[in-house]
Ligand binder design. Structure first.
Ligand SMILES: Nc1ncnc2c1ncn2[C@@H]1O[C@H](COP(=O)(O)OP(=O)(O)OP(=O)(O)O)[C@@H](O)[C@H]1O
Length: 435
């Protein structure tokens, strides 16, 4: 997949301004620098102002040089680091949207880690679901690659459970059904996640979660066997350890079983100090479920954690299980356009699209800019702005997760020692490998 260079990006920025502002600039050559800048700022639309500042403002240029800014995004603190990248908080200058920016240093990029980045883009672009992290934009400089993602500000499920203890079953149902619905949508769109685990489930609101980290995902027909075994060992299905190839859907479903077990017990069903031992336990399929877990939940876990892949519950079996009875399953969004080209075509626009077109115009992104948008894919700041605004509109029109009534019983709080013990017990799932 070709990755656009930032020089291309800068070229296009020059173009956005050049066409509309050159005459005005000629008339103002006699003004001193400061006055000129002030005058410009008054006349420019927000979009033009951002581009003008990127070319002319010393402050903004410094931020770009110092890595405090990339494209239309101001970079803030670090959110976390992974094996292949680090993630920073970003603010989109035009919309002020908070985003998560995944940064990969090109010097440290191997063919494999570059492929993970590409996988992530390809998979996320296929999907349109309220419980899946959205991809807004991709940027590249001489030294780095950047993925601009929807920011889920509530932390991840692993941290929540390992610091606060197991979730109540009532709460687990709300979280689990959102994840199952997201996985169903992925599978319906030929995307296999291959790294489902609590660390990749992010809270965006109290009881709304989003599935992220598609680095190990594969886009392929579901009937096609896969042969790269990857993911986190405690979540790995038995066939990953003994077969040369496997079917992705069954592997994702097994991981859902581990995830459910983790939510309701705050431990993992298969734990060991070494991968060898862990593999042995997983292949034997022997685990116990604590007695406090309800019968319907226990049955569901057993139905999912079946050693033989074809005996395993399907996603429909899971959704029809008595444990999830009466739960509302989130629906995917209607497929939407990934770039704004259609906003200037003669196609009829739906409510959200009309809203987005109006919002773009309000920011100074005109039909002319959209027509001249040099990159239709995620390498363009206009496409990035469009995707952020479209997502906002979707969030306004649809709820992101099932509504949880406030009638669940209070949970006992954990003391510090118990928190530490819990964290130690589930630590192994942090690791993510090609097995
Ligand atoms: N969209 C997001 N919103 C909020 N936090 C995020 C988002 N994406 C990633 N993070 C956080 O950033 C950190 C690093 O994420 P990253 O995906 O780079 O690595 P990882 O998943 O921790 O490890 P791995 O390299 O095994 O994938 C994680 O702690 C994660 O919680």
């Amino acid at each position: 997949m070709a990755v656009a260079n930032l020089s291309v990006h800068n070229e296009s920025l020059r173009g956005y301004l050049g066409t509309t502002r050159s005459i005005k600039w000629q008339m103002q050559h006699h003004m001193d620098e400061e006055e000129e800048e002030e005058e410009q700022n008054i006349l420019l639309s927000p979009f033009e102002k951002v581009i003008y500042d990127m070319k002319n403002s010393k402050k903004v240029k410094n931020e770009l040089i110092l890595g405090k800014r990339i494209g239309f995004y101001q970079l803030r603190g670090e959110i976390g680091t992974g094996n292949f990248s680090k993630v920073k908080l970003g603010i989109h200058c035009l919309t002020k949207e908070k985003v998560a920016i995944k940064i990969m240093n090109k010097k440290q990029i191997t063919q494999k880690s570059r492929q993970l980045f590409i996988n992530e883009i390809l998979s996320m672009e296929q999907l349109h679901h309220p419980n899946i992290i959205r991809l807004y934009e991709m940027l590249e400089t001489q030294s780095r690659l950047y993925l601009v993602l929807e920011y889920a500000d509530g932390g991840d499920l692993f941290t929540k459970v390992s610091t606060r203890g197991r979730l109540l079953e009532y709460e687990s149902k709300f979280i689990f059904i959102q994840i199952v619905s997201a996985v169903k949508h992925m599978h319906e769109n030929n995307v296999i996640h291959r790294d489902l685990k609590a660390e990749n489930v992010f809270y965006s609101a109290t009881n709304c979660v989003k599935l992220g980290d598609f680095g190990f995902s594969a886009v392929c027909p579901l009937s096609e066997p896969l042969n790269t075994s990857c993911g986190s060992p405690p979540y790995a299905a038995p066939e990953l350890f003994k077969e040369n190839s496997y079917f992705g859907i069954h592997v994702d479903i097994w991981a859902l079983g581990i995830l459910l077990y983790f939510m309701v017990t705050a431990t993992l069903p298969f734990r060991a100090e070494t991968i060898r031992k862990l593999k042995k336990y997983i292949l034997l399929g022997s685990y116990t479920i604590p007695s406090y877990v309800s019968d319907p939940c226990r049955k569901l876990i057993h139905g999912i954690l079946q050693i033989i892949p074809t005996n395993r519950y399907t996603l429909d079996n899971i959704l029809d299980s008595p444990w999830l009875k009466g739960m509302e399953c989130p629906e995917p969004y209607q497929p939407f356009h990934l770039n704004p080209a259609h906003l200037v075509s003669s196609l009829p626009l739906n409510e959200e699209e009309k809203e987005v077109k109006k919002a773009l115009r309000g920011l100074g992104i005109t039909e002319e800019h959209i027509c001249n948008n040099p990159n239709w894919d995620c390498h363009s700041p206009i496409t990035g702005t469009y995707r952020i605004l479209l997502h906002r509109s979707h969030k306004r029109h649809y709820s992101d997760g099932p509504v949880m009534m406030n009638n669940c019983p209070a949970k006992p709080r954990l003391n510090e020692n118990r928190k530490k013990r819990l964290k130690a017990r589930v630590q192994t799932s942090r690791m993510c490998l090609i097995l």
